[in-house]
Design a protein around this ligand. Structure first.
Ligand code: FAD
Length: 310
C-alpha cells in the first residue's frame, strides 16, 4: 500500500506529491489527466517567480518535478469511489474506473474543478481566442478592449466590476429577468460608467473572424428580437463545478459540491485530506492550489507519524 495516495495531478496534486515524496515515504499519484486545468491555459502570468509561461509548459514542468522523486505516477486513471478505513489507522481504498483498487494509509484528494460552459456555437471554437473563464487570470489580456460577461450571479457581477477597471467596456448578459448577485454588487456595477446590462438576454452565439472573437449574438427574451454586439472578449461566468461527484455520500461536501476542509486540509474522514479547486478554499488559482497541496501533504505526514506502523 501507499503511505500517501494523491488523487488528481494538477498543481495541488503535484505539490502534494513532491512534499510527501521528500519525506521518504511511498507516494502514488493517480490522475485522469496530469497537469489538470493548466493544460488548457494559454498564458500564465500570475504564478509567483515565473513572469510568464504557457499552460502546456507549466503542466510539463509539474510532471517533471514529480518524476524527479520516487513517485508512482498513474496517469489516465480515474477514481470512481473511495472507501474509508474500517478502523482507525486502517487502509483507505480507492477504486478506479478501470476496475483496479489502490490502498493507502492516507489519501489526498486534489481532483480540481471545471468551468460550466454555455454551450453555444463559437464557445469551444474561440476558447482562449477571446472566450475566457477566469477574470483574475485573463482580465489583463483584454486591457482597453470590449468584453462581455455571461452570467449575472455573484461571480459574473464580481467579474464585471473587476473587468470594468481594466477593459474599455463591459456588457453583462443575464438570462433571467434580473441580476441574481448580491444587492451591494449590483449597485456597485450600476454605478460604473463603462458597463451595459442586458437582462432577459439569451446568448445564442459567440461570433468570430480570423480565429478570434468579434461579437456576441443574443435573443431578447421579452421581444424575441435577435441582437449582435461587437466586442473582443467573452467571460463565461455561470459556475465552477468541482470534480467531486464520485465522493457524494462518502465525505462532507458543501452545497456547491466542494470538499469541506479545515485550515490544514483535513476532510471529515480520518486520513483523507483534500487540496485545491475541489475544496472549500476560496479563490481558485494555481498558486493557491499548489500551496494547499503542500499543506495537505504535510498534514498527511503529521497523521502518519501518529499511526503505529510508521
Ligand atoms: P486541476 O488543475 O483541475 O487538476 C485536477 C486533477 O485531477 C487533474 O489531473 C484531473 O485529471 C484529475 N482528476 C479529476 N477527477 C479525477 C478522478 N475522479 N480521478 C482521478 N483524477 C481526477 N490559474 C492561475 O493561477 N493563473 C492562470 O492564468 C489561470 N488560467 C486559467 C485558464 C483556464 C482556461 C482555466 C480552465 C483555468 C485557469 N486557472 C488559472 C485556474 C487554475 O488552472 C486552477 O486553479 C488550478 O489548475 C487548480 O489546480 P488543482 O490541482 O486544484 O486542479
Amino acid at each position: 500500500p501507499f503511505d500517501v495516495l494523491v488523487v488528481g495531478g494538477g498543481p495541488a496534486g503535484a505539490a502534494a506529491a513532491v512534499y510527501a515524496a521528500r519525506k521518504g515515504i511511498r507516494v502514488g499519484v493517480a490522475a485522469e489527466r496530469f497537469g489538470g486545468q493548466t493544460n488548457d491555459t494559454m498564458a500564465i502570468e500570475n504564478y509567483i517567480s515565473v513572469l510568464e509561461t504557457d499552460g502546456p509548459k507549466f503542466a510539463a514542468a509539474l510532471e517533471a518535478q514529480v518524476r524527479h522523486y520516487e513517485v508512482d505516477i498513474m496517469n489516465l486513471q480515474r477514481a470512481d469511489k473511495i472507501i474509508p478505513a474500517s478502523q482507525p489507522g486502517g487502509l483507505i481504498e480507492v477504486q478506479m474506473a478501470n476496475g483496479a483498487s489502490l490502498k493507502a494509509r492516507s489519501v489526498i484528494l486534489s481532483t480540481g474543478a471545471r468551468w460550466r460552459n454555455v454551450n453555444v456555437p463559437g464557445e469551444a471554437e474561440y476558447k482562449n481566442k477571446g472566450v475566457a473563464y477566469c477574470p483574475h487570470c485573463d482580465g489583463p489580456l483584454f486591457k482597453g478592449k470590449r468584453t462581455a460577461v455571461i452570467g449575472g450571479g455573484n461571480s459574473g457581477i464580481e467579474a464585471a466590476i473587476d473587468l470594468a477597471g481594466i477593459v474599455k467596456h463591459v456588457t453583462v448578459f443575464e438570462f433571467a429577468d434580473q441580476l441574481k448577485a448580491d444587492a451591494v454588487l449590483v449597485s456597485k456595477l450600476k454605478s460604473l460608467t463603462n458597463v451595459t446590462i442586458h437582462t432577459h438576454a439569451q446568448t445564442t452565439e459567440i461570433t468570430g473572424a480570423d480565429g478570434k472573437v468579434n461579437g456576441i449574438r443574443y435573443k431578447d427574451r421579452t421581444t424575441g428580437d435577435d441582437h449582435w454586439v461587437e466586442l473582443e472578449g467573452v467571460f463565461v461566468q455561470i459556475g465552477l463545478v468541482p470534480n467531486t461527484e464520485f465522493l457524494k455520500g462518502t465525505l462532507e461536501l458543501s452545497k456547491f459540491g466542494e470538499i469541506v476542509v479545515d485550515a490544514k486540509g483535513h476532510t471529515n474522514v480520518p486520513g483523507v485530506f483534500a487540496a485545491g479547486d475541489c475544496t472549500t478554499v476560496p479563490y481558485k488559482q494555481i498558486v493557491i492550489a499548489a500551496g494547499e497541496g503542500a499543506k495537505a501533504a504535510l498534514s498527511a505526514f503529521d497523521h502518519l507519524i501518529r499511526m503505529p506502523a510508521l
